[in-house]
Design a protein around this ligand. Structure first.
Ligand code: C5P
Length: 242
């Protein structure tokens, strides 16, 4: 079994720790510990609390997805990737639009440092086109589109650079599987049961639909966080994808 492939339904769930404070993050990790596969730390929580939030999650024996979407010159991102690797995050990500060289250098740096320190190598994911962008905003920044074509092209570029997979909306799973094959990881947000509030997610799939469409991991935040009973909400998701 490929060590990057999730082995149980629970392992496929990435809980988005979209909270501001360390204390609140710790409460969520204590509550959902061993019930989800990975805890995602994003820009707000990391900027507020710093690396101690990663250490807290790791000390509880849980995995971290450091969602900082690095995008800078190759050397800078490679160095940031080394630090993420030293912090023993299970997953971190970067923007494919940072270019082939940036992605390749970061993959190589992360591999080298994990080997020399005898640490597990993190999964590295690329963000292709942010799902907040449409054809018009893409053209504004000089990318001709069509959007779905750019997603497929950037996913393939990141695969060639040695990246392990991408974060992609439910609608993008098909083209990425087609271009990058079965082994390339796909991590999908925008997951909702029909009874859930959609919040700001426009195109959603149920957990089961996303897995059937080819997603390996699901990023889920508010359907768990804002549920009356978050543990029951997680159980419902696990049942749905079992
Ligand atoms: O609360 P919800 O389930 O919508 O949270 C989804 C998480 O996935 C959030 O942390 C959001 O920032 C992230 N995400 C997303 N869409 C993307 C990339 C990341 O919703 N395209």
């Amino acid at each position: 079994m490929d060590p990057m492939t999730p082995t149980s339904p629970k392992d496929r769930i990435i809980f988005a720790l979209d909270v501001e404070h360390f204390t609140e993050a710790r409460q969520w990790v204590t509550l959902l510990k061993d019930r989800v596969g990975i805890f995602k730390v994003g820009k707000q929580l990391f900027t507020h609390s710093g690396p101690k939030v990663i250490d807290m999650i790791c000390q509880k024996g849980q995995k971290v997805f450091l969602d900082l979407k690095y995008h800078d010159i190759p050397n800078t991102v490679a160095k940031a990737g080394e630090e993420a690797t030293k912090h023993q995050v299970a997953v971190f990500n970067l923007h494919a639009l940072g270019g082939f060289e940036m992605m390749k250098k970061t993959v190589e740096a992360s591999k080298a440092i994990s080997k020399s320190l005898n640490l597990p190598r993190p999964i590295i994911l690329a963000v292709t086109i942010l799902t907040s962008m449409d054809e018009e905003s893409l053209q504004e920044v000089g990318i001709p589109g069509p959007l779905i074509e750019e997603v497929g092209r950037l996913a393939l570029l990141s695969q060639k650079a040695g990246v392990d997979g991408v974060v992609a909306s439910p609608q993008e799973i098909g083209i990425i599987r087609q271009r990058c094959g079965e082994k390339f990881l796909i991590v999908t947000p925008g997951i909702r049961h029909p009874s859930d509030k959609k919040d700001d997610q426009k195109r959603t799939l149920t957990p089961r639909e996303a897995i059937e469409a080819g997603a390996d991991y699901l990023v889920i935040g508010r359907p768990i966080k804002e549920a009356k009973d978050p543990i029951e909400a997680v159980q419902k998701i696990v049942e749905d994808i079992s």
